[in-house]
Design a protein around this ligand. Structure first.
Ligand code: FMN
Ligand code: SF4
Length: 432
């Protein structure tokens, strides 16, 4: 069993309180970053740790920080992305509730590294309890001069503000987030310019996920070499896996990167519900290609291994489906989500997500035609890469994997003129 690093709150009661956090080594990393390290040294340590963003894109964090202009005439901002709206993803929620100072320490260190004196934490609209807890932690930190002017007499100033969205998935996309933070509708922006050059209020901005920032104090305290020895060197670190779906023990699990998906499902997760057979797993939230059971049991859960196996690890929201899952219905549910959450700026996304959902509604209800399977793929292919942000790709990827991998099931719906999974009715094999 690996030492709990990001989830040490499971071992230390009330870690969310500042006095408990301080008694357990809290804010040591901030002291080190403020008094013993130059900003460039912090960036180099994080670069050398190979920490990669946990928000979905797996971009190297230190490299992202190094894009911020060194002598910016404009203010530099840091935005902590706590929008956490990807289906099947619930790590940030637990971190905010149980270890808000862990994230705040990461925020302070990141701000010191890039020269930011203002940080925003953008929380999803539904996170009202989490905002309350975080606001409490921020107030505690101000009271102990861990935030504010001249932090612990280091000469470094930092103000931190929290901002709650209004409950839209697109507010998690970093440029949609920035628009929303500025008080506008969360329409993602065309890039370039990237946020590092022109982010919040047209100024250089770093956007990082809660979990990414929560890793930073541990890297500063224990060093890049310690960090990259956890899991594969190019994709290392402790990782929070959100296991959901048809497993006996769904939940949040901290494991080293590179942990076998098979062991996550069958050992950690207690196996498949009701002793049924595994049918498919989406490894990174709903936005990525599904693995069949045969593929899933061979994959290790780190960014590079999942990519090499044909999907992406995204947020590590691992969604498990057993043999009784209707894959047409599952894909229909996913399509409904993206259609509903598309901001509507780009025609391929706005119309494409709608067409895909409509085709799947008809297929699932038994009103589909064989040609619809070709049209589904056609629409998905034409959405990809033709839009301002990758929300369109987030539906295209599941469609392009579900349809060929479970084709017999899609065809069975057409041949039978109904869903073969409805209680007491034929299974797809019988309809072939
Ligand atoms: C549609 C969409 C939704 C996203 N939602 C989130 C989110 O809720 N939280 C998050 O951290 N990143 C989200 N991202 C990724 C962000 O755009 C960005 O890559 C991330 O916040 C960067 O942080 P990181 O480098 O620490 O991973 C989303 C991206 C897209 C395209
Ligand atoms: S891809 Fe979709 S969500 Fe993204 S900007 Fe275009 S319409 Fe909006």
């Amino acid at each position: 069993m690996m030492e709990r690093i990001l989830t040490r709150w499971m071992d230390i009661p009330e870690l969310r309180k500042l006095d408990v956090y301080l008694a357990n080594g809290g804010y040591k990393a901030v002291r080190k970053a403020l008094f013993e390290m130059k900003p460039e040294e912090i960036i180099n340590e994080v670069k050398s740790s190979n920490l990669r963003g946990r928000g979905g894109a797996a971009f190297p964090t230190g490299v992202k920080w190094s894009f911020i202009p060194k002598e910016s005439k404009k203010p530099v901002y840091l935005c902590c992305n706590a929008d956490e709206s990807e289906p099947g993803t619930f790590a940030n929620r637990y971190e905010l509730e149980n270890d808000p100072h862990g994230m705040l320490e990461g925020v302070i260190i990141a701000c010191r590294a890039v020269g930011a004196h203002t940080a925003y934490v953008y929380l999803r609209g539904e996170f009202s309890i989490q905002k309350k807890i975080l606001d409490g932690a921020i107030a505690e930190a101000y009271a102990k001069n861990l935030l504010g002017k001249n932090i612990i007499r280091s000469g470094f100033d930092l103000e931190v503000y929290t901002h709650r969205g209004a409950g839209a998935y697109i507010c998690g996309e970093e440029t949609g987030l920035l628009e929303s933070l500025e008080g506008k509708r969360a329409y993602p922006r065309n890039r370039p310019p990237f946020p590092a050059i022109q982010g919040a209020f047209a100024s250089p901005t770093v956007v990082n996920n809660v979990e990414t920032l929560s890793n930073v104090p541990h890297i500063i305290n224990r060093g890049a070499d310690w960090y990259k020895a956890i899991g594969p060197e190019k994709s290392p670190g402790p990782k929070l896996f959100c296991l959901s779906g048809h497993v006996n023990k769904p939940g949040l699990y901290e494991l080293p990167m590179g942990f076998p998906l098979k062991d996550l499902i069958y050992d950690v997760g207690g196996g498949i519900l009701d002793g049924k057979a595994l049918k498919g797993v989406i490894p990174g939230g709903s936005s990525f290609p599904i693995f069949t059971a045969e593929e899933a049991v061979k994959v290790n859960m780190d960014f590079d291994s999942v990519r090499a196996a044909g999907s992406l690890m995204g947020t590590a929201g691992v969604m498990v489906m057993h043999e009784d899952t209707c894959m047409v219905d599952a894909l229909k549910t996913i399509a409904h989500f993206y259609h509903h959450e598309s901001c509507g700026q780009c025609t391929p996304c706005r119309e494409g997500c709608g067409w895909i959902e409509k085709l799947l509604i008809d297929l699932e209800a038994g009103r589909g035609k064989m040609d619809d399977l070709k049209i589904l793929i056609d629409v998905a292919v034409n959405m990809e890469g033709n839009t301002i942000c990758v929300l369109a790709d987030s539906l295209s990827m599941p469609v392009k994997s579900f349809v060929p991998k479970y084709r017999d099931e899609f065809e069975a719906h057409v041949k039978l003129g109904r869903c073969p999974f409805k209680t007491g009715e034929q299974k797809p094999a019988e309809a072939a």
